[in-house]
Design a protein around this ligand. Structure first.
Ligand code: SF4
Ligand code: SF4
Length: 505
């Protein structure tokens, strides 16, 4: 029987009409009993050789049961499957027509740290000329509210946003004021390194219900190597102190590590650090050819294969932790799995094709320059306009935006790639590594990584029953309960004892 986890499907109707057309499909043969078929709207199925022959030689009427399943998934087009295919396709491109939801603002380019891989052109912490002014802040907020999206996320990025705390407060106050008339569903997120945190800022975050995201690159030595203070020195102790203070107040937060060449040696230790700090998830970020990382690639960078090896080790370790009953998740995998296991609109648009640049997210530098997305701030070629001179409509109608949208789908490889329904290329990364927004290589650095990540997760879903249940739980925790009795590590001592027990095995 064909194997499938795809749950979003209409009821099977086992009719044997002959009116069908085979949809355009991609294949990946794992072995004779496991040939993966994917179609662009997101459905997939695993067939054995015999079943696959019936499909590829167009002999499906010989197996009404197989035919009905393929119809149900839209792998063959029939009168019955067309609405499902249309809905799935509409959901896949949802982010390109709903209006931009994620707006990334840079209150200042100044930063009090000097992370070795910074992509954000951060400036000396005392150079106040790199701060956003109130006038620009108002223009940015007015611009954001021109997006037709009913859901708006305003995310502060840096530099270190909190070095311009007055503007952070001003933006929120002004946005809430504008929103009294617009009545959108608005959310604020601050990405901060925590090292300039004060009681006042902490109170502000908690009282104003602002979501927080920070960076912990791993154990102390590794974190301080990757993320020293400006002028040198330890940033780790302050970060840990602030995390604990927020946790005491019951305020959760997200955190992510950026993986440098040095980090590759510590796939497990980085996860251990997250568990010790009381997190229940991690989202490791591979280094990209942008900003300081590009300049120092020989010292900091690595091959795609080296990162893939790291990724697999880390995922296996996290799955092992889950098998012990401790709930911990890899967020990047979660996003990929959500794309694989559902046809609902996708949250994580960076793996989309087209991706989320402009239509899903926009970034605004401190001077009002508009970029296609946060990562694009690493290169002025990606400036699409300025809030002082352009409207949202100008941006969307601009032929440059259409080119960006198009470019993010262009790749020598993607159209025929089995992972394309769940993945897409990144023009910023291609430009950073090859000097061209359209990748000139059949498989570039980022493509190799994305391809390997998607394949690894698919293999776990298909071949590893225990891991499958864990991964399905990561993707949709309400729908798929954890396959183990959950053990909560409430205290620091419990967390330390758990990590110790893992090491003793
Ligand atoms: S260009 Fe790259 S980083 Fe920017 S939204 Fe697209 S995929 Fe993401
Ligand atoms: S980026 Fe690479 S892995 Fe992703 S769809 Fe394109 S070719 Fe496939």
């Amino acid at each position: 029987m064909p194997f499938s986890l795809f749950e979003q499907q209409p009821q099977i109707r086992r009719e044997t009409d002959k009116n069908y057309v085979i949809n355009f499909y991609h294949t990946k043969k794992f072995d004779n009993d496991h040939i993966l078929i994917t179609v662009d709207h997101g459905s997939w199925i695993v067939l054995n050789k015999e079943e696959f022959d019936l499909l590829r030689f167009n002999r499906l009427n010989e197996s009404p049961y197989l035919k009905s399943i393929l119809e149900e998934k839209g792998i063959i087009l029939t009168q019955k499957s067309k609405n499902f295919i249309l809905t799935a396709t509409k959901n896949k491109y949802h982010h390109t027509w709903r209006g931009t939801t994620l707006h990334i603002l840079v209150p200042t380019l100044r930063c009090n740290q000097k992370c070795i891989y910074c992509h954000a052109k951060s400036k000396n912490p005392s150079s106040k000329k790199y701060d956003m002014t109130k006038e620009t802040a108002r223009k940015v907020v007015d611009f954001i509210f021109q997006s037709p999206s009913q859901v708006i996320t305003i995310e502060y990025q840096g530099g270190e946003s909190f070095l311009n705390f007055e503007i952070v407060k001003y933006i929120q106050q002004y946005a809430l004021e504008v929103n009294k008339k617009r009545n959108k569903n608005i959310r604020f997120v601050i990405v901060t390194n925590f090292t300039s945190m004060t009681k006042e800022k902490k109170r502000y975050i908690i009282d104003n219900n602002i979501d927080i995201c920070t960076s912990v690159d791993g154990p102390k030595e590794l974190h301080n190597y990757n993320r020293p203070m400006y002028g040198g020195g330890n940033s780790y102790d302050k970060v840990v102190e602030v995390i604990e203070e927020f946790q005491k107040e019951g305020k959760g937060m997200g955190a992510l590590p950026t993986i440098t060449k040095k980090s590759l040696e510590y796939p497990e230790e980085i996860v251990d650090e997250y568990i010790l700090r009381g997190f229940n998830s991690i989202m490791s970020r591979n280094l990209s050819h942008m900003g300081s990382a590009k300049e120092l690639w020989d010292k900091l960078g690595y091959t795609a294969e080296e990162y893939i090896d790291f990724f697999k080790k880390q995922i296996d370790y996290i799955i092992k932790i889950n098998k012990k009953g401790v709930k911990f998740m890899d967020v990047k995998s979660r996003f990929i799995l959500q794309r694989i296991l559902s046809i609902e609109p996708r949250i994580f648009t960076c793996f989309g094709s087209p991706c989320g640049a402009i239509f899903g997210q926009i970034a605004y530098d401190q001077d009002g320059n508009i970029f296609t997305c946060d990562e694009a701030r690493s290169d002025e070629k990606f400036i699409m306009g300025n809030v002082h001179t352009h409207t949202y409509k100008d941006l969307i109608k601009n032929s440059g935006s259409k080119i960006v949208d198009h470019t993010s789908c262009l790749s020598l490889n993607c159209d025929n790639c089995v992972w394309h329904p769940y993945c897409g290329t990144c023009m910023v990364w291609a430009h950073g590594s090859q000097g061209n927004a359209v990748s000139k290589l059949a498989m570039d650095y980022e493509c190799k990584i994305r391809s390997a990540q998607t394949e690894y997760l698919f293999k776990k879903l298909i071949f590893d029953k225990e891991a499958r249940k864990i991964l399905m739980n990561w993707a949709f925790p309400k729908k798929y309960p954890p396959p183990y009795k959950e053990k909560k590590l409430l205290t620091k001592q419990e967390r330390e004892a758990f990590i110790k027990s893992l090491k003793e095995e």
